[in-house]
Design a binder for this molecule. Structure first.
Ligand code: NI
Length: 257
């Protein structure tokens, strides 16, 4: 079975001690591609280093995380943008709007999100969207800006069926991670009713580890627990989950496995 982790922050310092082990244990489990969304200017070097060490497996993306968007974000974003001319990136992100932690720069977050949409359209790369307490704001922008040239993911999706359908209407994928295994989440009942063609898997490592590892540092190898949960919800084999979600990710990122 082959899996793809479409969202992992493996370059962060949480993996400083055992990064190679973590990558190898993912590869052992058949997780052959690990897509890495960027956070901000402070994370690019570590992300590039990991991508250079595992060029077939650890695949970098470029963007400015909404929680790193401050008053003068344009300077940082333009530096990140310039990197697009220097090497291969597989997606634009992560971007989006996060009104959970801090609303101070809500307006800048919206502007940055629009900038990332333009970049995704220009490059033809998928857009990786982070949504936290912000579906209304994101949908208002996306309803206006989405067109056939745009593809992407609503990552760590936790919305309801209506929000899922709205995203599917954009032609975007739902990134499903550890939250679907949490007892207090309604995501399981939502995912049950979503066709597999719209779902891709992710860990968001080191965050959001699935049950039975909830609360621990997450890592790509744990993706299998999320896949097993979805197989149970949809009453299909794990094989079928692997096959479908991998196919979806391969076509979205235009990657060879
Ligand atoms: Ni993330």
């Amino acid at each position: 079975m082959i899996f793809i982790d479409t969202h992992t922050h493996l370059y962060l310092r949480e993996f400083k001690e055992d990064r190679d082990e973590v990558v190898n244990s993912a590869l052992d489990k058949g997780i052959l591609k690990m897509f890495m969304p960027n956070v901000d200017g402070s994370t690019v070097n570590a992300m590039h280093a990991l991508a250079d060490r595992y060029p077939d497996n650890c695949l970098p993306m470029i963007g400015l995380h909404p929680t790193s968007v401050k008053k003068d974000y344009t300077r940082e974003l333009s530096k990140l943008k310039n990197l697009l001319d220097t090497r291969k990136y597989w997606g634009i992100g992560e971007t989006g709007i996060d009104l959970y932690w801090d609303k101070t720069f809500a307006k800048q977050q919206e502007e940055s999100f629009r900038d990332h949409i333009i970049l995704a359209k220009e490059t033809g790369l998928p857009l990786v969207i982070h949504a936290r307490n912000s579906f209304d704001e994101l949908f208002t922008i996306m309803d206006k800006e989405n067109d056939d040239s745009l593809t992407g993911i609503f990552h760590a999706f936790t919305g309801n069926k209506e929000q899922a359908d709205h995203i599917i209407g954009y032609g975007f994928k739902l990134g499903i991670g550890g939250i679907v295994t949490f007892k207090n989440s309604d995501l399981d009942s939502v995912v049950k009713d979503i066709d597999l063609e719209h779902i891709i898997l992710e860990t968001d490592a080191p965050y959001l580890a699935p049950v039975p590892l909830r609360g621990k540092r997450n890592e790509p190898a744990y993706l299998v627990h999320t896949a097993e949960k979805i197989a149970g919800l949809k009453k299909v084999s794990l094989d079928e989950i692997a096959e479908n979600t991998t196919r979806n990710a391969v076509s979205l990122f235009n990657v060879k496995i």
